[in-house]
Write a protein that binds this ligand. Sequence first.
Ligand code: GLN
Length: 305
Amino acid sequence: MERILKEVLDTNRKYVNYGQVASYIPELKNAHRDDLGICIIDKDNNVYKVGDCETKFTIQSISKTIVLAMALMDNDWIDVFSKVGMEPSGDPFNSIMKLETNDTKKPCNPMINAGAIVTTSLIKGATPQEKEERMLKFFRRLAKNDNIGINYDVYESEKVSGDRNRAMAYLLKNDGFIDGDVEEVLDLYFKQCSLEIDAVDLARIGMNLASYGIDVENGERLISERVSRMVKTFMVTCGMYDASGEFAIKVGIPAKSGVGGGIMASVPNSMGIGVYGPSLDKKGNSVAGVKILEDLSKKLNLNIF
Ligand code: GLN
């Protein structure tokens, strides 16, 4: 397996030159465009790594999958889906447009920023601190890594440059899709995006989703089967932003990307894959990361369709 991973990494290294690191959140500019790493964790708990698997980066939009799972575990599903939809938007992840033009004004799905801000607002806790602690604990548990924490430089940077998210959140409050203090919700959203992880953490979380919420190491149930199924379904339909359709055709694996350069993929009953490559295409997906997953899907016969 390691030989295949190395081959796939080497063949696709050239694609890092076809993109740029994210710069709209100033702190993300510090990433190294050439970094590239792949980690696979399979159902027998074998861990395979090549390239920059220990390099830390922020989870960004990949956090939306985990916060969705939390929102579904904390609330009645009817309540969750009365506030966020189930349809791909076809628009960029940070688009505000459909909050006005949709009949219901409801965010299309929980994988775009507007929908994710809603799911973040649904995390339970008596105080903002308690919500943050619960969130952190859940991420650490799913990744089996107690060292996961917030990168405060990225968090500050998100906060000062996050006016588009702020505008959406106020609109969502005005239209009754979020309750309570908007700044508090945004604060938690910026924190979840700023969690620092590596490719191994992504592979581990991907494997936990692939196993329908059961920890493959000790058999512990982390997420219910139905919730893990729902999260993977959203990953297929909306996980790669407005490139999700093309990704489903070419790769055929539930996956979620983030502007930090990560992609988490989850092959049902088989493996979790974490890819890191901060050079992004125009839609915000890791250029080399997408190519790597395309090759892995072919070589290892992973297409779920
Ligand atoms: N924190 C980023 C934002 O809100 C997350 C976006 C992403 O990874 N696509 O804009």
